[in-house]
Structure formats: structure tokens, C-alpha cells
Design a protein around this ligand. Structure first.
Ligand code: ATP
Ligand code: MG
Length: 333
């Protein structure tokens, strides 16, 4: 039985990319593992979040995870800020990770954009907090989308350097669990950019709470190219938008892209988009309905998260206390 850790930022509402790249795997990995899933609100505030919106989004995403099949009795589901061990270990990792390592992180470069001087220092040290999230539990399996693979390598570098500096085998190696074809779902407006919560245009993504009309409209307006769908995946080369829509279809229908093209190759995008809309609506309607039902009881969600936080703290506190002792910090009590 492995210990799994993963997280999602309450920077917006979880979208189809989060679902196919991460959440769907989280649900499956509950079976036979000890799974810990976290709403990483401390990560979210590395970019400005309106406080009331942050609170609402944290609750809605918690409801969404439960609606997608995360069982808070079986898994540990909680909000990051409630377990102080994350921030305590992150500070130690700020002192272990090297400036040059963080300087190479492509997500920082993407998110900081051109105006590097103006972004928060939190955004720069974000990967150290992510390493702490995982290593505070001695978790070894981390199911994430492909965009997080560089951060996981860095987490391993931090763990190794800590072990080396303090002469112990304290932190274990982390194994990314990145699942093939759905590891990177792309924006509906630009097939070269990943679908993201923080992208300004809401048209670029399908949020898991979008209603049927919104889903239909976003797919209808999704960028494509003038050619018809090919009959073989090899001919999707150089057609990122077409590849993305075929990939989404395949993932939701649980078939391969080749099978999608066997059925739909030679068609124009008009009819294909209609079939895709039907499929997305069929998959998301039950999730949306259940999310709205759960979100109507915010006190219940808070209670679920607080209970999860107590269970998480019971694992993380002794591990982080030991890391502090190894570093030479005196015990807190
Ligand atoms: P933000 O724009 O605020 O960073 P995000 O959409 O990137 O939001 P995160 O909360 O950062 O979402 O990531 C949650 C999980 O979803 C991570 O495991 C991440 O790798 C995965 N993920 C995010 N975007 C995609 C995507 N487009 N395709 C597949 N997986 C994704
Ligand atoms: Mg992200």
C-alpha cells in the first residue's frame, strides 16, 4: 500500500484538464492506497486572490472533488493552510533549495511573464512548498498532470540534498504518476497552451460546473483548423487543436484516439463537436448536480475539511517535528 499525495489550487473552479489529468486518477488510486488530497490554498495566494472568492472557491472545489468520487472517509481531504506542518517544512526547504534550481522552473517563467520584478516572492518559492506538501507525509506516489513533472524532480533534489546535508535517509524518493494521453489537456482557444484555471479567458476551458449550454457554446467556438478530421492519429501531427479535441473525446469515452478517428475520421469539425458536446455533457452533468447540492451546505464542507485536516496533521506533525530536530531546531513542546 503506497501513500499518495496530490493537490489542487482553489484559484478558480476545476476544469476538464484537472479532471482528466489528475482528479480522475485520484479517484481510482483510492483503491488499495492511503490517499491524501489537498486544496492548496497557500499555493493559490502566490497570485492575488480576492478573499471572499478564495473562500468560496476552496469550498466549491472541495465539493467538486467529492462529487467526482473522492470519498472523504476513505481519503484524507483537507485545506493546506489548516495543517501548519506544510508551511513549517516549506521554510526549511526554502533554506535547502538553491536559487539557481528555482530559477530554472518553467512554470515560474510562464506565470511571472515579462514583469518578473512585480511578482510575489511566494510564486518563486512555490515549488519548495509543493515539495513540503508531499514530503511532510513521506508520500511516495504523486498523481499529477505533466506540467508538474519539473516540480517533482525539484522535490526529489530537495529531498536528496536534505538527506545529504544532514547525513540521514529521512525523506524518501517521490515517483510521479503521470498518466499518458490525458496528462496535458490544452486550451480550447490555443492548442499550444495548457488548459488552466488562471487563464484570463473563460472560453479557453470547460469548468466542471459549467451548464450544458455553456459547454455547448465553448466547444462550438473551440479553435480548429479548416481540414476535416483525419482517419489516423499520425495525421494529427502539427494540428494541436484537432489533436486536443480528439484526445478529450478519447479520454472521456475510454477509447484510444485511433478508435475515435476510425469512427469520426473524414468528418468536418461541426458534427464531431456536436458528438463531443454530448459526451462532455453526459459526463459532467452528474458531477455538476452533485457539486451544487454539496455546495449548498458550506458548513458541512468546512466540517469535512477540518476533520480531514486533523487526520492529515496527525501524520505530518511528527514527520516535520523530526525534520526540525534534524536541522537543529529545539522542540516546540
Ligand atoms: P492554475 O492556472 O491556477 O495553476 P491549473 O489549471 O494549472 O491552475 P492546478 O491547481 O495548478 O491547476 O493543478 C491541479 C492538478 O491538475 C495538477 O496535478 C496539474 O498537473 C493538473 N493539471 C492542470 N492543468 C492540466 C491540464 N491542462 N491537463 C492535465 N492536467 C492538468
Ligand atoms: Mg497549475
Amino acid at each position: 500500500m503506497a501513500r499518495i499525495f496530490s493537490g489542487i489550487q482553489p484559484t478558480g473552479i476545476a476544469h476538464l484538464g484537472n479532471y482528466l489529468g489528475a482528479i480522475r486518477n485520484w479517484v481510482a488510486l483510492q483503491e488499495g492506497n492511503e490517499s491524501i488530497y489537498c486544496l492548496v490554498d497557500l499555493h493559490a495566494i502566490t497570485v492575488w486572490q480576492e478573499p471572499a472568492a478564495l473562500r468560496a472557491q476552496t469550498r466549491t472545489n472541495a465539493a467538486l472533488l467529492i462529487a467526482c468520487g473522492i470519498d472523504p472517509e476513505r481519503s484524507i481531504l483537507f485545506h493546506q493552510s489548516a495543517v501548519h506542518a506544510h508551511a513549517r517544512l516549506a521554510w526549511i526547504f526554502n533554506c535547502v533549495a538553491r536559487f539557481g534550481w528555482l530559477n530554472r522552473m518553467t512554470q515560474f517563467k510562464d506565470k511571472a511573464g515579462k514583469d518578473r520584478e512585480a511578482v510575489s516572492t511566494g510564486l518563486f518559492v512555490y515549488p519548495n512548498l509543493m515539495a513540503a506538501d508531499i514530503l511532510a507525509y513521506h508520500a511516495t506516489e504523486v498523481p499529477v498532470g505533466e506540467d508538474q513533472s519539473q516540480h517533482l524532480e525539484l522535490a526529489n533534489d530537495i529531498a536528496q540534498k536534505f538527506n545529504h546535508d544532514y547525513g540521514v535517509e529521512f525523506f524518501p524518493a517521490i515517483h510521479p504518476r503521470i498518466i499518458g494521453g490525458t496528462a496535458r489537456i490544452m486550451s480550447l482557444r490555443d492548442g499550444t497552451k495548457k488548459m488552466s484555471k488562471s487563464e484570463v479567458s473563460d472560453q479557453s476551458r470547460i469548468n466542471l460546473t459549467d451548464d450544458d449550454d455553456t459547454i455547448a457554446q465553448k466547444i462550438r467556438r473551440a479553435k480548429t483548423d479548416p481540414a476535416d478530421l483525419p482517419d489516423h492519429p499520425e495525421r494529427l501531427e502539427g494540428r494541436p487543436e484537432a489533436r486536443n479535441l480528439v484526445g478529450i473525446f478519447a479520454a472521456l469515452a475510454d477509447i484510444s484516439p485511433a478508435e475515435v478517428l476510425r469512427a469520426h475520421g473524414g468528418q468536418g469539425f461541426g458534427p464531431f463537436k456536436e458528438r463531443l458536446t454530448e459526451l462532455v455533457v453526459a459526463k459532467l452533468t452528474p458531477i455538476r448536480t452533485e457539486t451544487l447540492r454539496l455546495a449548498a451546505a458550506p458548513d458541512h464542507i468546512d466540517a469535512v475539511l477540518q476533520k480531514g485536516a486533523a487526520r492529515a496533521a496527525a501524520i505530518a506533525n511528527p514527520i516535520v517535528a523530526e525534520a526540525e530536530r534534524l536541522v537543529g531546531l529545539l522542540p516546540a513542546s
